[in-house]
Design a protein around this ligand. Structure first.
Ligand code: ASP
Length: 314
């Protein structure tokens, strides 16, 4: 059973924890809308979305997930909060806790920010992306879609291509897929590839050419270049990047004939992915967005229940 009061990263989850979320999300996903409404498992609870970085999908789907579970969901935007008056991250979180927030869903540009605040608060902290470190609910929803489409995770060949160095999505996916026994090929320009990717799992490898990474793959996941995290020019030009590392029909032709194409969004059309592929029949990009709600419902439910159980035995 899931026992984590906070959800900070894939690194701290067991295989059983991962399967618990995927199975619970499967139930939420399949449940008719009025049954979900009646379940109201987080009725009377307060979920706060605290996003210090831009987000469309993650913030909205956490909001929808909390509301579907019957919780009151509050969105705090640092741009219009006292953060602009110099309030620290910890003070902000302590104030939200004083309002009796049960869960705080947090996105922050600093790696480790979620883990840091989790040490000082009674609220459950859910990491919605911390710098280049982890984006665990994204990896869970990606695994949810892979399992639905391919009926398994173990033994799948998953190519993840793009700015691996700055991508919390790549890290969380490599950790999760490695734990579940998929082969993970991380591919990108040498300047955007971290050292020692093998440390993410025994089935994780780095590859320098997209053709090699995609050859025979079951899943091709494309990533955006994280321009907001680039220290300087790390690629020669966007056009050259699209030519050498972009997913087009020729490259996709090297994957298995039933391979699916994924992307966590936001897409930079014509850079890492040809728009015809993003909108094409192999693309499951919008299915990923839909799955995000069910997965986040499962996570919010799991952390609040774990927190209740720990309080009851304390
Ligand atoms: N939306 C994802 C994230 O927040 C991927 C991206 O921004 O490129 O990490």
């Amino acid at each position: 059973m899931w026992s984590h009061r906070h959800h900070l990263g894939i690194a701290e989850l067991s295989k059983g924890d991962i399967l618990h979320v995927l199975d619970a999300a499967e139930r939420w996903f399949a449940m008719p809308r009025d049954e979900v409404k009646n379940a109201r498992v987080l009725h009377g609870r307060t979920v706060v979305n605290l996003f210090f970085e831009s987000s469309t999908r993650t913030r909205t789907s956490f909001e929808v997930a909390g509301k579907r579970l019957g919780a009151d969901v509050v969105n705090v935007s640092p741009q219009t909060s006292s953060v602009t008056k110099g309030e620290t991250l910890l003070d902000t979180v302590k104030n939200l806790e004083a309002l009796r927030a049960d869960a705080i869903v947090m996105r922050h540009p600093a790696s480790g920010a979620a883990e840091f605040v989790s040490r000082y608060t009674r609220a459950s902290i859910v990491n919605a992306g911390d710098g280049a470190h982890e984006h665990p609910t994204q990896a869970l929803l990606d695994a949810f879609i892979m399992r639905r489409e391919k009926k398994r995770i173990e033994g799948l060949v998953v190519a993840i291509c793009g700015d691996i160095l700055h991508s919390r999505v790549a890290r969380s996916n490599a950790l999760l897929l490695g734990a579940l026994g998929a082969e993970v090929r991380l591919c990108g320009p040498r300047t955007l590839m971290p050292r020692a990717v093998e440390s993410l799992g025994p089935t994780v490898r780095a590859m320098g050419r997209i053709d090699d990474a995609v050859a025979g793959a079951d899943v091709v996941m494309m990533l955006r270049i994280q321009t907001e995290r680039l220290a300087g020019a790390m690629i020669a030009s966007t056009r050259e990047y699209a030519r050498t590392f972009g997913l087009n029909a020729r490259v996709l032709g090297l994957a298995k004939s039933d391979a699916i194409v994924m992307h966590p969004g936001p897409i930079n059309r014509g850079v890492e992915i040809d728009p015809r592929i993003a909108d094409g029949e192999r693309s499951v990009i919008l299915d990923q967005v839909e799955a995000g709600v069910a997965v986040r419902m499962a996570v919010l439910d799991a952390v609040v229940k774990a927190s209740d159980a720990q309080r009851a035995t304390a």
